[in-house]
Design a protein around this ligand. Sequence first.
Ligand code: UDX
Ligand code: ADP
Length: 480
Amino acid sequence: MVKICCIGAGYVGGPTMAVIALKCPSVEVAVVDISVPRINAWNSDQLPIYEPGLDDVVKECRGRNLFFSTDVEKHVSEADIVFVSVNTPTKTQGLGAGKAADLTYWESAARVIADVSKSNKIVVEKSTVPVKTAEAIEKILTHNSKGIKFQILSNPEFLAEGTAIKDLFNPDRVLIGGRETPEGQKAIQALKDVYAHWVPEDRILTTNLWSAELSKLAANAFLAQRISSVNAMSALCEATGANISQVAYAVGTDSRIGPKFLNGSVGFGGSCFQKDILNLVYICECNGLPEVAEYWKQVIKINDYQKSRFVNRVVASMFNTVSSKKIAILGFAFKKDTGDTRETPAIDVCKGLLGDKARLSIYDPQVTEDQIQRDLTMKKFDWDHPLHLQPMSPTTVKQVTVVWDAYEATKDAHGICILTEWDEFKSLDYQRIYEGMQKPAFVFDGRNIVDAEKLREIGFIVYAIGKPLDAWLKDMPAIA
Ligand code: UDX
Ligand code: ADP
């Protein structure tokens, strides 16, 4: 029986291994992590991450051929294939601070593999890593190998949160990069055999190591670039009276461009896009390509611009001050159908409004008060360390309350900011909400999900990203 071990039971490791276990009953899969609470949660009825369909997959396989454990050494030493899916935070100090990836957790995982291995192993990079990480890992492993042979593969994961199970069941492609030696090709084939249990052969792409590593960064950069392009256009739409949804639709019907990832928004978030682009920028700079680095930097700059533009709209519309005003924040997760808040645009928007002394009442169907307080007090990039190593702020943000109901959040509020596109926000009773609010009552739709005309009929002043401006807003300066 082939044995697989995955180091790191996070958003990537957990769902990916659960699906491998489901689709390959003949393979034994162990997912290990240094975080005891995380592993306990994976072994309970309350999984540590919210992902549609994940519960069913885990229930079917857990205890059969899927195991979650903190015994990293035991499972690594028994495995034929070791996936590594640990944190790769952006460095906050030293060389490459603010851009380069911190490979501390990767290196420690590699050292454990070298220490405990008694048989040859295939080591698979699963978490996104900077190009040439495989080379560094290879060096750590071979210099500590005691005669054991390791083959390194890069097998980046393309799943998106909220649709992870669907994406894993039916991936556009599986990418496997390896050395172009006979041993490297044999390792690629062994991993291919695992995926071949359910992925059609023509969707399993094989490349060299560096192409696989770079393809992951490139794919995320291209996707983020589409969003920044549409968001840049949204600012122009507001200035000219064009409508971003109509423009995006017209552009997206060109079959060469396609309709996906063209929704204007308050900005992209998530654990990957910004981090991967920063990484790409750093790699370009290190390789003497400053023009290429500058090009990709713009994608992040526009994303930051979009978030501060949104905050400016809110403050400017409300007579240039939100001081002591209650503002309801609907949605805190970085997108719908996930409880994940990593790099969510809501953090910057809330911080911007708090900077103007607003009082915030936040509601998200999946995000806890503890997480929101953590996010609003944590330093940039600190989120990407294992939970038990994240510095906890001793203070909470007092101007923030977190509630479990959209109606409570909006009661007596002066304005509402919709920051995540949860379906339930589309069907709220906005008449009831309007009646409970201070007047004039404002809605700032950062996701273009409400029917702005209907809301205007109720009496709201509505701002929607990239849509023709309400007469009220036309008189207000967009950029402070
Ligand atoms: C992304 C990639 O899609 C995935 O392939 C990779 O493996 C990890 O990074 P994820 O971050 O989970 O996945 O979510 P994604 O659906 O890509 O959305 C990222 C952000 O962009 C979200 O904040 C989302 O709201 C925003 N977005 C997406 C837009 O603002 N507009 C769009 O049209 C699409
Ligand atoms: P991703 O979104 O890439 O899956 P996560 O932060 O959700 O990232 O998960 C990474 C996991 O890796 C965390 O649960 C963390 O505790 C774990 N981890 C980090 N370093 C190690 C290590 N050396 N050994 C085992 N687990 C680790």
